[in-house]
Write a protein that binds this ligand. Sequence first.
Ligand code: A3P
Length: 289
Amino acid sequence: VKDPNGKVVFKVVDHEGARFPVMVFGNVLDRLKALSEATFKDTDLFVVSYPKSGTHWCYEIVDMLRNNSSEFCKHMPPLIDLIPVEKLMQVPDGVFVSHLLPQHMPKDAIQKRCKLVHIYRNPKDVIVSFFNFLKKTKEGAMMQDMEFDVFFDLYITDQLPGGLWTNYIKAWTDFKKENPTYPILNICYEKMKKDLKGHVKMIADFLELKPSEELIEEIANKCEFQTMSKFKNSNVPESMRMVTDVRDKHIMYRKGEAGDWKNWFKVAQSEAVDAEVEAANIPLEIQYT
Ligand code: A3P
């Protein structure tokens, strides 16, 4: 991917309707192939999302609920898109995360009807979060000096890894339409921010767990942005080295707000996203503020 001056800013590979970053740590296509052949347990669970939609937040809640504890995890969520398949088998608690489209998910997991928690977020905040995040990653090192406007143009012309938000959302809502009884819980980032405790309860119900009222309260308190980001920023896992050279902070925790896009977007950019979303005809089950 090149910026308007012709400078290469990102290395990507296109595969079956999706665009992947060329990772500094391994070939994504080999990994996808190995992943499609990997086996999972029917109790395994996947938090799925378009990048920067609150994946780590949702993972933490699911993980705490499954462990019946309000202790923060000390590891990075196991992102199946990136980690070698042999390492996946060592994941002890059977909770994974993924930004893959349905057609790239491990076939075995889908056949076994592993539960999926899908978190989605206002695409405008996603774009801002993505911009700030990618610059700090090893893959995004070449776009360190990029202006937001340039990044936005690359996004809206569908040049970035991950593709358009609408494409991701459509793929998953179509998957649900074709598999109406498949267990997927849709979580809206903005709604979860407004009522965290209610959402912890909702996720527990979906997982068929019965945590105590006290535990639900504790998990909700711990997973408020201020508390969670403070902990994560002072306990940066060693494996973050795979993603970034920034050592002092956990780069996944920036502002944790709904509506930060208003500080970044021009009117025309906001209208362009609105038009994109409208044209995609996103089903009513996906509603954000
Ligand atoms: P911002 O960059 O807008 O701050 P992901 O985990 O999918 O990479 O998403 C990262 C985004 O989720 C970041 O958004 C991050 O700050 C936000 N986030 C992480 N933990 C959160 C929490 N506990 N509450 C609200 N937002 C959170």
